[in-house]
Design a binder for this molecule. Sequence first.
Ligand SMILES: Cc1cc2nc3c(=O)[nH]c(=O)nc-3n(C[C@H](O)[C@H](O)[C@H](O)COP(=O)(O)OP(=O)(O)OC[C@H]3O[C@@H](n4cnc5c(N)ncnc54)[C@H](O)[C@@H]3O)c2cc1C
Length: 397
Amino acid sequence: MSSSRIHSRTRVGIVGAGPAGLMLSHLLARAGIDSVAIDLRSREEIERTHRAGILEQDSVDLLVGTGVSDRVHRDGYQHDGIDLAFGGGSHRIDFRGLVGASTYLYPQQDVFADLADARERDGGDVRFGVTDVSVDDLLSAPVMRFTDAGGAAHEVRAEFLVGADGSRSLCRRMVPEAERRQYFREYPFAWFGILTEAPPSAPELIYNHSPRGFALISQRTETLQRMYFQCDSAEDANAWSDDRIWTELQARLDANGHVLKEGPITSRTVLPFRSFVQEPMHYGRLVLAGDAAHTVPPTGAKGLNLALADVRVLAEELERALTTDDPAPLTSYSERALHRVWKAQHFSYWMTTMLHTLPDATPFDVRRQEGELASVTGSAAGSTYLAEAYTGWPGGR
Ligand SMILES: Cc1cc2nc3c(=O)[nH]c(=O)nc-3n(C[C@H](O)[C@H](O)[C@H](O)COP(=O)(O)OP(=O)(O)OC[C@H]3O[C@@H](n4cnc5c(N)ncnc54)[C@H](O)[C@@H]3O)c2cc1C
């Protein structure tokens, strides 16, 4: 331990100040519990990263109901359904009609900005742009070490530590192999994601199945749109001209009668697909939340929502653990969170395999998928399952 370190204490140390870390810090503060959250990236860098766009009703209620911000109601777009396009036509899944729920198009950067503003407004201790992060003493008196953005070295001792440090989590790797189980699935494709300065091509999301591969038409604002198409995981995004991208996207949509509104492409990235869960989501006095514990392929729009659902439960269980100075409630957190995580894993896997074309797909495989999509859209039971899972299982279940 270096003597030049600044030593301090807090009740909960949070590694990672993305949506999971910041929302947890906010919920703990509402319960009168101090925390320190740290992040390797600067606030500006996080705000520039384009990621999720769809919030479930429960996520919106958490943001608004706990006083983070009600901006989602002003700047977000309520979506009451999605289109499943396949087999030469388009079929709307009417969320509101089927399950009385909606989703909201509200970019993750806005969720993050609302949370970071709320923490600043309420005097929260959040340190962005830190380096040299390490964690230690996880079984007894956990400690978080880091160098802050100004170069000062810190050691923060906490009663509990939370690893909310995303899909490449350092905290997750601190759990000994004998104490955890890891579940993986890799997919033989990725998404080519673009942002384009164009008007919306459709009022709601279009999930488009075609023999050329999957495409998703999403939105951001009246003048900025987000679109994706299935590609090879090794694809080089910079090797694609705007023309080539529009030709490929339109060819996939043509099959089902949709016409895209084109514009200049301002961002292009290839996003790998992975399903992953680490169980249990705790070890000693360390807990994992959000992408640190689990990732889903983005087809079901579940990642950000799961991160928020985790910390809603975690804040409750941490409060109990702090009151009794006993880590036992962390087991309850892990069990409650994993119940939802595995339902979301199944839904994300199901949507992915129903809509994407495997590299070795035969005409039989494509026609079988069309049969599956027809079964879902042609049946109240099938459509209701999709609507209920997509909008989120209500009440944190
Ligand atoms: C392209 C794309 C599209 C997506 N679309 C959707 C969608 O439509 N709907 C949806 O619900 N989800 C979606 N997701 C998933 C969603 O973005 C993630 O699930 C969500 O960000 C998880 O939040 P988190 O707080 O757990 O992790 P993150 O947002 O990854 O935050 C973790 C933070 O920890 C920090 N960190 C990492 N390591 C350390 C360390 N050692 N020390 C300190 N800090 C550290 C990182 O800088 C980061 O800020 C998408 C993801 C991608 C990539």
